[in-house]
Design a protein around this ligand. Structure first.
Ligand code: AKG
Ligand code: FE2
Length: 301
């Protein structure tokens, strides 16, 4: 299947090794030099207890963002990338956000934090990281979600594009995608998912428990330079990090220009889904930053 058909049918593109490996390696080495990648990234127990807030725990567009300090034209001007983004989003697509993501290995997590970090596995770890290192995003695995929740108020006319800067094996929080999961449109987080079969690579998903479909999952370990793309309503996550080696990747959100009224492929995909295209209505609990609270509320109800 070609990439565009894969996007329309599955909501996902596996581009393969399209990004210059040598440049990925150079960038990776440069990023490694920016800090002591270890337990040292974490705030002390005293600091966290004194001030448990996690305001501004994420890099933003133009705001304390390490990825914006590098020349990434080897990715952004890559002909295959540009060609596909133009076909999906239209000629004048924009970068909504680019940032480095770090899959944090268990051996970095301070002992005192381990119980809490394990209970909240899948939460953004930014709150526990020293403010000076919050120019990238830190995870230790992330539950299945749609990236629609990252940008409340947006219509979903955007895609996530992901580049592995180093070889990623299965223990390094490899990406995990659910093919065709855009079919129900925007659904509530935490999503209605059951019976994940890791061997058969299937999972049951639906807008509610009475309307479930079995879909295929795919874990994406791959070498440096591999790139992936998925829609804003495609379910994906990462397995909790088990390897002692961190994963440092680059993640983009590319969006259709607001002034572009043309129906591009992104609109065909969104319109092909059966469900709503936004989860905005009265919901402020869907941001990844606060998602463990959502789970907690659900248990209480
Ligand atoms: O790399 C990760 O752990 C998170 C990937 C992801 O789902 C995202 O960045 O939207
Ligand atoms: Fe995501």
């Amino acid at each position: 299947m070609d990439h565009i058909s894969s996007f329309i049918e599955n909501g996902i593109i596996e581009f393969g090794p399209i990004i210059d490996k040598k440049k990925c390696a150079e960038l990776y080495e440069d990023v490694l030099k920016t800090r002591d990648w270890s337990e040292n990234l974490f705030r002390s127990q005293e600091e966290v207890e004194k001030d448990p807030k996690f305001d501004k725990a994420n890099p933003g567009l133009g705001v304390f963002n390490l990825a914006e300090k590098y020349d990434l034209s080897f990715i952004e001007d890559n002909e295959i990338v540009k060609d596909h983004l133009e076909r999906i989003l239209g000629l004048d697509y924009e970068i909504l956000l680019k940032k480095f993501i770090c899959g944090v290995p268990p051996n970095w997590v301070p002992k005192w934090l381990m119980p809490e970090a394990t209970r909240k596995v899948g939460a953004n770890m930014g709150r526990w990281i020293k403010p000076e290192y919050r120019d990238i995003t830190y995870f230790r695995g992330l539950e299945y979600h749609q990236d629609l929740i990252d940008h409340p108020g947006q219509t979903g006319e955007y895609v996530t594009f992901y580049v592995y800067l180093d070889d990623v094996d299965i223990g390094m929080s490899a990406l995990n995608v659910v093919a065709k999961s855009h079919m129900y449109g925007a659904t509530m987080f935490p999503h209605c998912l059951e019976n994940e079969d890791k061997e058969a690579c299937t999972i049951d998903y639906g807008p509610d428990e009475n309307h479930m479909t079995t879909l295929n999952t795919k874990v994406l370990p791959a070498e440096r330079g591999y790139a992936f793309l998925w829609s804003s309503i495609t379910l994906h996550g990462t397995r909790p990090q088990t390897s002692d080696k961190a994963r440092i990747s680059l993640r983009y959100t590319f969006k259709k220009n607001d002034n572009n009224k043309k129906n591009e492929l992104i609109n065909d995909l969104l319109n092909s889904s059966e469900g709503p295209l936004t989860t905005e209505e009265g919901r402020d609990d869907i941001n990844l930053e606060t998602f463990e609270q959502v789970k907690f509320d659900k248990v209480l109800r």
